[in-house]
Design a protein around this ligand. Structure first.
Ligand SMILES: NC(=O)c1ccc[n+]([C@@H]2O[C@H](COP(=O)([O-])OP(=O)(O)OC[C@H]3O[C@@H](n4cnc5c(N)ncnc54)[C@H](OP(=O)(O)O)[C@@H]3O)[C@@H](O)[C@H]2O)c1
Length: 201
């Protein structure tokens, strides 16, 4: 399975580092071009590379990790998703465009609308970047990682990758109901908690 990131900042690098450590290939991209990411990918390891947004978006699993106001720019021109998985890590917060003005209830529904054919999974937005970057396995248990989406197969693939990396991945439901729980200010937002060892729930 190949991975790509649209955006190469704090969140994308934290996710990419875990994936590279687990032996996966990751292509990182930004708006300024691959040449601006050579130091970043060199620091991540040999299976990380810099690419264009189009190259990153051609991966099997693509992480959208740009500031909310730039989501439209970042996805523009990527017309053919063909069922590839798009993991939306963004937080709309109070920055424009406001979701209620876009005719949707959650920001990830808006992202799905901008990426026709993509199987969208919302994840990582509830954790501060330093918690994403940290080793998810602790002496007491594993870092909870909530995700939401409407495609069961995509969610299973996401779950298996990040459970394998050491997160305690938890399905929060569909893109609408899970997204509402995961958005800024809601119950799962910034919930930095561990699933304790021995907890089978
Ligand atoms: N930081 C956190 O603690 C945290 C935690 C969870 C979720 N989030 C969410 O995750 C998203 C990313 O946050 P971040 O902290 O990683 O941001 P960041 O460090 O500012 O990185 C943003 C990245 O997006 C790139 N970018 C901007 N416009 C782009 C475009 N049109 N196409 C491709 N790449 C583009 C930027 O590179 P160039 O400007 O060079 O293109 C940069 O690499 C945000 O929506 C944020 O709300 C953040």
């Amino acid at each position: 399975m190949r991975f790509g990131t649209i955006g190469a900042g704090a969140v994308a690098q934290a996710i990419a580092r875990h994936l590279v450590s687990a032996g996966h290939e990751v292509t990182l991209s930004n708006s300024r071009g691959p040449d601006t990411l050579l130091d970043v990918v060199a620091g991540l390891g040999p299976s990380a590379r810099a690419g264009t947004v189009e190259e990153a978006a051609a991966a099997d699993v693509v992480f959208l990790a740009v500031p909310w106001p730039l989501v439209g720019d970042a996805l523009a021109g990527l017309s053919s998703w063909d069922g590839r998985i798009l993991v939306d890590t963004t937080n709309s917060g109070f920055a424009p465009p406001a979701v209620e003005d876009l005719g949707v209830r959650t920001s990830s529904e808006y992202v799905a609308r901008l990426a026709p054919g993509a199987r969208v999974v919302k994840a990582f937005n509830t954790l501060y970047a330093q918690y994403i970057a940290a080793e998810p396995r602790h002496a007491e248990g594993r870092q909870l990682l909530f995700y939401a989406g409407d495609d069961t197969t995509a969610k299973t693939a996401f779950h298996e990758v990040f459970d394998g990396i050491g997160f305690a991945a938890v399905d929060a439901g569909g893109l609408r109901e899970g997204g509402l729980l995961m958005q800024v200010g809601s119950v799962l937002s910034a919930l930095h908690a561990l699933k304790l060892d021995g907890d089978r729930s």
